[in-house]
Design a protein around this ligand. Structure first.
Ligand SMILES: NC(=O)c1ccc[n+]([C@@H]2O[C@H](COP(=O)([O-])OP(=O)(O)OC[C@H]3O[C@@H](n4cnc5c(N)ncnc54)[C@H](O)[C@@H]3O)[C@@H](O)[C@H]2O)c1
Length: 258
């Protein structure tokens, strides 16, 4: 339990698939801080997992929302408006690319694989922010998303997801610019490697994880709880002057040249 109090705040966390999901670690931390939460999951197949995870929470809203269609995003925020009236926090922790596009040569990325990865992993933040911002008025709120250092430099195997993360990080800046006057802050966490369903399909993931622990200033990999603690900071008034930012939670790996 950390000493940030979110007990009068409402939030929605997108991207819980199972107990390893970064979104689940963030949801638990926000819940422990007292936030009243909704958990959005992609499809019916994941519903049971999510129900089991939150079984001990007394007040939680579960929403199905596949972000590949804006109508689903609009409907989800409609339900959130009915339930909460207003919204303080949105966590976007969603990415997808075809497995065959997360390995081999980037130059071979097919047009459809590129479209899909950018649509789900990057465009979705725009539609989520568009429907979330009106529910944050007039006080404002915090939107956070999850990125990776492959946005900034090459991580072989990460391929089209690196392009998607570069787009996502640019969106964080443009959304921060659009929504800042409404006191809606938009930030990203650039996390080091964490074992999840999504990271496991990246070819070379284990090598990437080994490189982080060998070369990072702190000589170890991060924990998912460390990501969640930074999310808590970004979703609270502790970060009231911070927007358009990408915070690296990577035990310092990004500062190293070799
Ligand atoms: N695991 C890592 O090493 C790592 C590092 C840095 C950033 N990230 C990012 O963190 C975020 C969460 O990933 P994770 O590692 O927790 O894996 P995860 O597989 O647990 O989470 C990915 C989530 O995206 C959801 N999703 C995919 N397509 C969707 C769609 N069409 N509609 C709605 N939801 C959809 C999945 O259902 C899942 O819940 C991703 O953006 C990922 O790129 C992960």
């Amino acid at each position: 339990m950390y000493k940030i109090d979110l007990s009068n705040r409402t939030g929605v966390v997108f991207g819980v698939a199972n107990q390893r999901s970064i979104a689940w670690a963030i949801a638990q931390t926000l819940h422990q801080a007292g936030a009243k939460l909704a958990i959005a999951y992609q499809n019916e197949r994941l519903k049971e997992n999510v129900e089991k995870l939150v079984k001990d929470w007394d007040d939680v809203t579960l929403l199905e929302c596949d972000v590949s269609d804006d109508a689903n995003v609009e409907a989800a925020f409609g339900k959130l408006k009915d339930k909460f009236g207003r919204l303080d926090i949105v966590v976007h922790s969603i990415a997808f690319a075809n497995r065959e596009d997360l390995g081999g040569r980037f130059v071979d990325t097919p047009r459809e694989g590129f479209r899909l990865a950018l649509d789900i992993s990057a465009y979705s933040l725009i539609s989520v922010a568009r429907y979330a911002a009106p529910l944050m008025a007039p006080e404002g709120g915090a939107i956070i998303t999850m990125t990776f250092q492959a946005a900034e430099r090459v991580f072989p195997g990460y391929n089209v997801m690196g392009t998607a993360k570069a787009a996502l990080e640019n969106e964080v800046q443009q959304l921060a610019s659009d929504l800042g006057k409404e006191n809606v802050r938009v930030n990203a966490i650039s996390a080091g490697p964490v074992d999840t369903l999504s990271s496991r399909v990246i070819s070379g993931y284990s090598k990437m994880k080994g490189a982080h622990s060998d070369r990072a200033p702190m000589q170890r990999n991060i924990t998912v709880e460390e990501v969640a603690k930074t999310a808590l900071y970004l979703c609270s008034d502790m970060s009231s002057g911070v927007t358009g930012e990408v915070i690296h939670v990577d035990t310092g790996y990004h500062v190293m040249g070799i």
